[in-house]
Design a binder for this molecule. Structure first.
Ligand SMILES: Nc1ncnc2c1ncn2[C@@H]1O[C@H](COP(=O)(O)OP(=O)(O)OP(=O)(O)O)[C@@H](O)[C@H]1O
Ligand SMILES: [Mg+2]
Length: 347
């Protein structure tokens, strides 16, 4: 509830030409906007009923048919009614920019359990897209589907399509190694290799065949600089990465992901294990990276989503409930479920 009140106050202030879009004038405005928000995260409590997994039969019973999207403000409809109009509304809105990642009728199964249901969304180039939703709703499954990280899970299966620049990620001719180079990933728990800082960042480059020390040095410095870590580690590049703090390790993992020159960076709760200062550094970094990269971030922290993202997709129970400009999701959601979730009022 705090978040919404704060954002509404922000919205009353002039915000450039288009008051519906948060000011994005640069680092200073980001800082001002971020600092205006309360520091503590809102980790929304989830009722057990929502955590519960449902199979298709339950869904079909609860959600009889899809209908047209409602454009009116949230009404006191029940969840089953709301769910009947979730997917079409996810396609609407003022978000016409060309998609970098385009997801269409995407389903995902672990064995016989269907955990993603007909996901449709277009993720724009060089923007930050946040994925939010209760625990178990499929955010990680979805984000990991984008670079086929789920391929290694036995019995996991996907249908529908995900394209990047129009190329089908799951197509027969897809090159998974090249895909993972183009689409880097940063996980919730930082996972540096038990090697030096330098060797961590060089890892992907060396696997790709790069041996030229000068070239490696250059890219490592650039990647660590982009990850806002260079100044903290430049005098100890050959020390163990494991001796870095948690926040530094996470930025090192970001540097490692950036070193191979990806186009897209996927981040699954990248700051959830960090203190507010380290979190703030990661958020600032995300904000700056979007000039050059398409970023998709999963977060449970509503304020973080509001601070760093341009668009937000709200998932629940394996379905995309609403997808819109972040300001819309937090200040004027179309679905009552979204409103309940972002205000921490769930149910
Ligand atoms: N490897 C797996 N094998 C089988 N089921 C899985 C596996 N990973 C996830 N699931 C199930 O898929 C569903 C979606 O899980 P997922 O991890 O994608 O959710 P999430 O939204 O990321 O949750 P959280 O916010 O807790 O990280 C859950 O019901 C989960 O139990
Ligand atoms: Mg997850």
């Amino acid at each position: 509830m705090m978040t919404i009140e704060m954002r509404r106050r922000d919205a009353a202030e002039p915000a450039g030409e288009d008051a519906s879009v948060p000011p994005r004038a640069g680092r200073a405005s980001f800082r001002a906007e971020r600092d205006a928000l309360p520091r503590t995260g809102v980790d929304v409590p989830f009722p057990d009923a929502v955590r519960r997994e449902r199979d298709d039969a339950e869904w079909n019973a609860a959600v009889p048919a899809a209908g047209p999207a409602a454009s009116s403000p949230p009404q006191n409809t029940n969840h089953a009614q709301l769910l009947t109009r979730t997917q079409p509304s996810a396609q609407e809105g003022p978000m016409s920019q060309e998609a970098k990642i385009s997801v269409s009728n995407f389903d995902f199964y672990y064995g016989t359990a269907k955990v993603l249901h007909g996901i449709n969304l277009d993720i724009p180039d060089r923007k930050v897209t946040a994925l939010i939703g209760p625990s178990g709703c499929g955010k990680s499954t979805f984000i990991r589907s984008i670079n086929r990280m789920n391929d290694i899970i036995p019995d996991a299966r996907a249908s529908g399509s995900i394209t990047i620049d129009g190329q089908d990620v799951y197509g027969g001719d897809a090159d998974v190694v090249e895909l993972r180079r183009r689409v880097g990933m940063v996980f919730q728990k930082s996972n540096p290799f038990p090697k030096s800082i330098y060797d961590n960042v060089a890892y992907g480059l060396r696997i790709g065949g790069m041996r030229n020390k000068r070239q490696l040095d250059e890219i490592i410095e650039r990647s660590l600089t982009r990850a806002a870590l260079w100044h903290e580690v430049k005098d100890r590049l050959h020390a163990s990465a494991l001796a870095l703090s948690g926040g530094q390790q996470q930025r090192l993992c970001i540097a490692r992901a950036l070193a191979v020159d990806p186009e897209i960076v996927l981040m699954d709760e990248p700051a959830s294990a960090l203190d507010p200062i380290a979190t703030s550094k990661i958020e600032e970094l995300i904000y700056e990276l979007k000039d050059n990269y398409t970023i998709v971030i999963v977060t449970h922290n509503m304020q973080q989503a509001a601070r760093v993202s341009d668009r937000t997709a709200f998932f629940m129970l394996g379905r995309l409930i609403e997808y819109a400009e972040t300001n819309e999701i937090f200040m004027n959601p179309k679905e009552k479920m979204t409103e309940d979730y972002v205000t921490g009022r769930f149910g």
